[in-house]
Design a binder for this molecule. Structure first.
Ligand code: UDP
Ligand code: MG
Length: 322
């Protein structure tokens, strides 16, 4: 259990070309915040912050008008479209010093806002990160469900730590965000990176609905780009896979050549095309290994240039002036 005083919550919501859905969802978020304030779950200084990700429609006009009229609403406008992950990061980094805790959520009403109560309860009990996890994928098309599941499996196989069926609906305390600010990399995949910060975390489960209006901004092309970013920003395993493939081919072809030579030396006929093929495949294997070795160093450079903090201290018995 933590604190005596009510926590200040900032809800961070990235928006891209959402003029159709915002008029419906802004009141929804504001009502939720009002409800949480009046039930004394959060403090009265809490806010809903919309981040306009360089929309080409009236999204920013709607947000800024609303911020003028409604004290609980604030807006941030990006200079151009930078993508969901960057917009969200911008929102979180902007508010981290103004509040105790943040919840990030999409603006389309797909995620059940009532799960915020459970998230805040988990926070009160000491969790610093609370992942919103979809309890089912009933409202998804077969294609979306299939691609999403393949994506999670692939990420896991590549050694990235991600919470299954969790997207970007999540509570993060400002203390975690302050440490996360030291992750300076530019290829970002928040749901995989937040797990790297550590601290106490837990999950809450909710049903995901259909979009209230408008259409998804994640067509297959963007999903694929996110998947590639997810894997390559968290892991250099693909490089290792190339090296392993090269090593496998090398051993295989060496064996073929060796066996072929023994058979030949014993006076038996040997297929000459098999020997030629194996010899050239052997050279191929050496090349693949060479690429893998170069890749290994490039991978090291890549990880170094991220300059991620090597460790994060969660608590200390030292006083500040010690
Ligand atoms: N979004 C964004 N920038 C983009 C694309 C999307 O800020 O370039 C926002 C969008 O407004 C929404 C959230 O990211 O709040 C998730 O997008 P969407 O609902 O289109 O994705 P889906 O739920 O279909 O995966
Ligand atoms: Mg959506």
């Amino acid at each position: 259990m933590r604190f005596m005083k009510l926590p200040c919550l900032y809800i961070v919501i990235p928006c891209y070309n959402e003029q159709i859905v915002l008029p419906q969802t802004i009141p929804m978020f504001v009502n939720k915040l009002n409800e949480l304030i009046s039930s004394e779950t959060i403090s009265g200084s809490s806010r809903v912050v919309f981040v306009n990700d360089g929309s080409k429609d009236d999204t920013w006009a709607i947000i800024s008008r609303c911020a003028e009229q409604e004290i609980l609403v604030e807006g941030i406008c990006l200079s151009r479209n930078r993508g969901h992950q960057n917009a969200l990061l911008c929102g979180l980094m902007t508010v981290k010093d103004k509040c105790d805790v943040t919840i990030s959520i999409d603006c389309d009403g797909q995620d059940d806002i009532n799960a915020m109560n459970d998230m805040l309860e988990a926070y009160r009990k000491g969790a610093d990160v609370v992942y919103g996890v979809r309890s089912s994928r009933k409202t998804d098309t077969f294609f979306k469900r299939f691609t999403a599941q393949t994506f999670y499996r692939l990420l896991k196989g590549m050694g990235a730590e991600v919470v299954y069926n969790h997207a970007d609906y999540r509570l993060i305390s400002s203390r975690v965000l302050n440490d996360f600010a030291d992750f300076k990399e530019v290829n970002i995949f928040l749901r995989g990176m937040i797990t790297l910060v550590g601290f106490n975390s837990t999950s809450v489960y909710y049903e995901r609905h259909e979009r209230l209006a408008g259409k998804s901004h994640y067509p297959f092309k963007k999903m694929l780009a996110l998947a590639i970013d997810g894997i390559t920003s968290l892991s250099i395993k693909p490089i290792r896979l190339i090296t392993s493939l090269g090593a496998f081919l090398l051993i295989f072809n060496l064996s073929v050549l060796l066996i072929g030579s023994i058979v030949f030396l014993c006076g038996n006929p040997v297929s000459s095309w098999l020997m030629t093929l194996s010899a050239s495949a052997l050279l191929c294997a050496l090349q693949i290994i060479a690429v893998g070795v170069v890749g290994e160093y490039v991978g090291k450079v890549y990880l170094e240039t991220k300059a991620r903090p090597r460790y994060i201290i969660s608590e200390s018995t030292f006083k500040n002036n010690d």
